[in-house]
Design a protein around this ligand. Structure first.
Ligand code: ARG
Length: 466
């Protein structure tokens, strides 16, 4: 079937054919193209636009192509794209009647339909993997509701928290990534078929029927929009970029926490590398590559938006160049989910080290200020000043948080406010204890073990409802 035999007098120059062909990435829409052709052909026969026997022959040929697989196609660049390769296959099997398949259809609505069908599947796969990951993180969080560690702001010791609370922060952000994809799915799940080149067709086609046959939730209401819209791709790749950013932040923390300086976790050997010269090295390469690949996914998004920004309505061949960036983003993020998951779920946690850090650097100072407010009715700003001075003096005196007591607090208070506080020594001791700090934060969304268990339960029931 030579598309060029009409208007054109020659084949395309070899390098130009290779330059413009989409065949190197069209395998992503191979199955979708068969589905699309089948639905369209069934509809044409149902509406009496083409003879039933011809439709049956076309469907037969498409079915055998599905069985034989993509290897059965002639994928030479001169064929241009998968749509022509499929049509050529059907023509080779049943002859010229194959041409009826293309009645009232264009490659423009066909490729838009194929992309949406294929992407819908990929989003569903990613979503399942993501939910699974969130579920496993929640399980891990349950093991660590009492694993006290220090939390950071500005990467400086801030306040005590637990690893369980921290892990549920990961789970919460990934849940939003999941929900964002579900929302995008609504806009991917729209049928452009029937728009033909750009203005539909004068054949009495039935768009509701192809919509039903292809399992779309609706058909697109403007044919010019339908063939030229790729915002569903840009949106998906944004969602994937955001997800990659969140996976990258997790990776970054594993890199940091596994350093000798932090020493809170050990990354499993299966997700580590070593050095070719330094025999002692254990390197977090998987996390590093995940961190770097996040940038490549962002690059795909920027490229896609750049291709789209100046395209006049309707279809332009430029749109073909969007596609490989979509599939690269999809493939990258899917394997990122899997490897980051494997790495995170396999960590060995050094609970002693985590607790040691939580008590090493006055991360409990906020609570000390809080009890001064509660017990003595002093404004928080004054309490803040007293404790701030206490920390400065303790550091000058070479005292660790554990060496500070109510007597020391009174010395500082006398100096700052002219009055002693005379707090119950046990209360002061408790305020300075990281585990007590965490237990006291029984606010929804907070780190107290029972609140983290509530968060896990809530997450689990969300996962079950999906
Ligand atoms: N390979 C093309 C793409 O991916 C299919 C549509 C081609 N349409 C055309 N008029 N040349 O966009």
């Amino acid at each position: 079937m030579n598309l060029r035999a009409g208007r054109l007098n020659s084949g395309m120059e070899d390098e130009a054919a290779e330059f413009t062909s989409s065949l190197t990435f069209d395998h992503h829409i191979f199955e979708a193209d068969i589905e699309c052709n089948m639905a369209h052909t069934r509809m044409l026969a149902h509406e009496g636009i083409i003879p039933e026997e011809v439709a049956a022959k076309i469907i037969d040929a498409l079915e055998s192509l599905r069985e034989e697989g993509i290897e059965a196609l002639d994928m030479d660049p001169s064929v241009e794209d998968i749509h022509m390769a499929v049509e050529n296959y059907v023509t080779a099997r049943i002859g010229e009647e194959a041409g009826f398949m293309h009645t009232g259809k264009s490659r423009n609505d066909q490729v838009a339909t194929d992309l949406r069908l294929a992407l819908r599947e990929r989003i569903r796969t990613i979503s399942r993997e993501l939910l699974d990951f969130i579920d496993s993180i929640s399980d891990l969080a349950l093991d660590h509701t009492e694993t006290v560690m220090v939390g950071y702001t500005h990467l400086q010791h801030a306040q005590p928290t637990t690893l369980g609370h921290h892990l549920m922060a990961y789970a919460s952000s990934l849940r939003r990534d999941y929900e964002r994809l579900q929302d995008t799915l609504k806009r991917v799940d729209q049928n452009p078929l029937g728009s033909a080149a750009m203005t539909t067709t004068s054949f009495p086609i039935n768009r509701e029927l192809t919509t039903r046959l292809l399992g779309f939730s609706d058909y697109m209401k403007n044919s010019m929009d339908a063939v030229s819209a790729r915002d569903f791709i840009a949106e998906t790749v944004f969602d994937l970029s955001m997800l990659a950013v969140n996976l990258s932040r997790i990776s970054e923390e594993m890199i940091l926490w596994s350093t000798h300086e932090f020493g809170i976790v050990e990354i499993p050997d299966e997700f580590s590398s070593t050095s070719s010269i330094m025999p002692q090295k254990k390197n977090p390469d998987v996390a590093e590559i995940a961190r770097a690949k996040t940038s490549t996914v962002q690059g795909e998004l920027v490229t896609i938006l750049g291709i789209m920004k100046a395209l006049p309505y309707t279809y332009n061949r430029d749109l073909q160049e969007v596609t490989p960036h979509l599939w690269r983003a999809v493939d990258t993020v899917l394997s990122m989910i899997r490897v980051v998951r494997g790495m995170l779920l396999g960590i060995r946690v050094n609970r002693d080290r985590a607790l040691e850090l939580a008590g090493a650097n006055f991360a409990t100072a906020t609570d000390l200020a809080d009890i001064i407010v509660r017990e003595r009715g002093i404004p928080f700003r004054v309490a803040h000043r007293i404790v701030g001075r206490l920390v400065t003096r303790a550091i000058e005196d070479g005292l660790a948080p554990g060496d500070v007591d109510s007597v020391y607090l009174d010395e500082v208070s006398l100096e700052v406010t002219g009055r002693k506080l005379e707090l119950d020594p046990e209360l002061v001791e408790k305020a300075l204890d990281p585990l007590e700090n965490v237990r006291m934060r029984r606010i929804p969304g907070g780190p107290a073990p029972e609140m983290v268990r509530v968060a896990v339960e809530e997450m689990k029931s969300f996962i079950e409802s999906e």
